[in-house]
Ligand binder design. Structure first.
Ligand code: G4P
Length: 533
């Protein structure tokens, strides 16, 4: 065995130090604020300012890029890496707001855990639910942070019921609030029954001083607020809602923390939980369902492709999640699907305004490969013997538009561009199996169409006219059902590049009616996650 493929003992130790996770939340629940506070507690920034992302600016850039501009810190729009208590934490960005797209979901394919941030006044909201579905499909362990307890909100016991009922995840509170929303004093740490009292700092710019107080003193000093909190935790004890690490790791229970990212209350508890409870990078299953040992030679897969990140260069960066082995810049990898060598001379770790080259990376880390126009989502890169990881799911599209070249003389460029952008996963491209040559684009976020049009015009020289199609919901179907659907108004069946037939409906009620009237038709929910088409 050559040196290059010998087991690398340092890799396992490095993987054990890695925590790679994403934050899932609905816009405005506090993802950006919590991210910034993690940086504060990890010592990556000296002082945090209240994140005042003004609406206009936020529209112009991704959440983290706005944060980067405001704070003058260097973070990437895809992964933020910092150390905390001797661990290397990789926080993956799940683009939200206007940037919501299939990338938002795909990022979760590269994560080992997630933090679900809920606004205590709002509970489980639509986007959280969608993202959680992807976590569920991957059995990803999820920590929950009930945020904004510093201001009026809902009864937290009611929220526990809502989490369990709406998403089927059993919340197991590790901390519980003392004081009502709006007059938040601190939390009971259910692990030892003590009271953690927080003090506010000006604008939450520095960590909130905290004091650990025993139950007796807490009762004397906090009175009713303490007794009410104790009653609630006694109830939680009775129903057995205690921390259960095994079911957390299996993705069926969720350790829950209460706090306020704005005032820093409870932030340390969550960050500690990332290190203490969330799993390290572990052996990933390959496409034959065999765990790929961490210390096997380098292997990783592409989970995101971003083009034109550097406006000065027309480039593609492929983000690769390292699954096994040690990555060293300059190594020649093999691109799984083509068998071609791939040079990593320009591997980069930071993709904000500036790029830093990355010299070494371990399982759990993300490496950005520049000049990656030949790579596509889900591709494996490996260093020695061939390996492939399972494909990354495609997601149920919710927006549709038919696409025509503005200038019919540029049809060739148009077709070439569509093929390339489809390969990169910018949009899904659907075709009429019966011959209508006008492709229909499908996406989960409107931004995907904008990126598509922009790139088609600027990189391929083909302006496109997009006409929104009225469809609202898609189902997977088969040939037999397609024949029946031909007779039904307001529906259309189109084929995805992988051959999957998608039936599109312009109203969910119509679909519901058809499902009731024709239980024998095949109208399966489109893969929402985890289940490759
Ligand atoms: P997001 O990334 O999930 O979209 O949310 P973000 O952190 O940007 O937070 C959304 C708003 O909520 C921000 O207000 C932020 O300051 C506020 N916020 C976040 N965490 C807390 C918390 O624990 N308590 C309170 N009270 N507010 C919190 P903003 O953008 O400045 O808008 P505005 O509220 O000033 O209008």
């Amino acid at each position: 065995m050559s040196l290059a493929v010998a087991a690398d003992v340092g890799v396992e130790a490095e993987a054990a130090r890695r925590r790679t996770f994403a934050i899932i939340s609905h816009p405005d629940a506090g993802k950006t604020t919590l991210t910034e506070k993690f940086l504060l507690y990890a010592g990556a920034v000296a002082e945090a300012g209240a994140v005042k992302a003004r609406a206009g600016r936020r529209r112009a850039t991704s959440d983290w890029m706005a944060l980067e501009q405001q704070r003058g810190i260097s973070i990437t729009s895809t992964v933020l890496q910092f150390t905390y208590r001797g661990h290397v934490v990789n926080l993956l960005d799940t683009p939200g707001h206007r940037d919501f797209s299939e990338d938002t979901y795909r990022v979760l394919a590269a994560a080992d855990a997630a933090i679900m941030v809920l606004d205590v006044a709002k509970g489980v909201e639509a986007q959280t639910l969608k993202l959680f579905e992807v976590c569920r499909a991957r059995s990803l362990p999820v920590l929950t942070f009930l945020n904004k307890y510093d201001r009026p909100g809902r009864d937290p016991l009611g929220l526990l019921d809502e989490i369990e009922a709406r998403i089927g995840l059993r919340p197991t509170p590790v901390t519980w609030p003392v004081g009502i929303p709006g007059n938040f004093r601190g939390v009971i740490d259910r692990r030892d029954g003590s009271f953690v009292r927080y003090m506010r700092t000006a604008h939450g710019a520095s960590s909130a001083p905290e004091e650990r107080v025993d139950a007796e003193r807490a009762a004397a000093e906090e009175g009713d607020a303490w007794h009410q909190a104790r009653e609630a935790t006694a109830l939680l004890d009775e129903v057995g809602a205690g921390l259960d690490v095994a079911s957390f790791l299996a993705g069926s229970s969720s350790p829950l923390f209460v706090g306020s990212a704005l005032t820093n209350f409870g932030v340390r508890h969550v960050l500690d939980a990332v290190v203490d409870l969330a799993p390290p990078a572990t052996a990933r299953l390959d496409d034959s369902d065999l765990p790929r040992p961490l210390d096997a030679p380098f292997a990783g897969f592409v989970f995101k492709i971003q083009a034109n990140m550097d406006p000065a260069h027309r480039d593609h960066v492929a983000f690769v999640r390292v699954c096994s082995g040690r990555f060293t810049r300059g190594m020649i990898l093999v691109h799984g699907p083509s068998g071609r060598p791939f040079s990593t001379k320009y591997a980069a770790s930071v993709f904000g305004a500036e790029r830093d080259t990355i010299d070494v990376a371990y399982p759990g880390d993300v490496v950005g490969l520049v000049n990656a126009s030949g790579l596509r989502i889900g591709d494996t890169l490996y260093g020695a013997e061939p390996v492939a990881f399972p494909p990354i799911a495609t997601f149920a599209p919710e927006l549709f538009a038919s696409a025509r070249p503005r200038d019919t003389g540029r049809h060739k460029q148009f077709t070439k561009g569509i093929t390339q952008l489809e390969r990169e996963g910018v949009v899904q491209v659907l075709h009429d199996p019966d011959g209508d040559p006008v492709p229909v684009l499908a996406a989960v976020g409107a931004m995907q169409f904008e990126v598509f049009s922009h790139r088609l015009a600027h990189e391929f020289g083909a302006e496109v006219d997009l006409a929104p199609a009225p469809y609202k919901v898609a189902r997977r179907t088969d040939r037999r059902t397609t024949e029946h659907l031909r007779e039904v108004r307001g529906t259309r069946v189109l084929a995805r590049a992988d051959g999957t037939l998608l039936a599109l409906f312009d109203s969910p009620y119509q679909l519901q009616r058809l499902e009731q009237e024709h239980p024998d038709w095949r109208l399966d929910p489109v893969v929402s996650a985890g289940d490759p088409a």
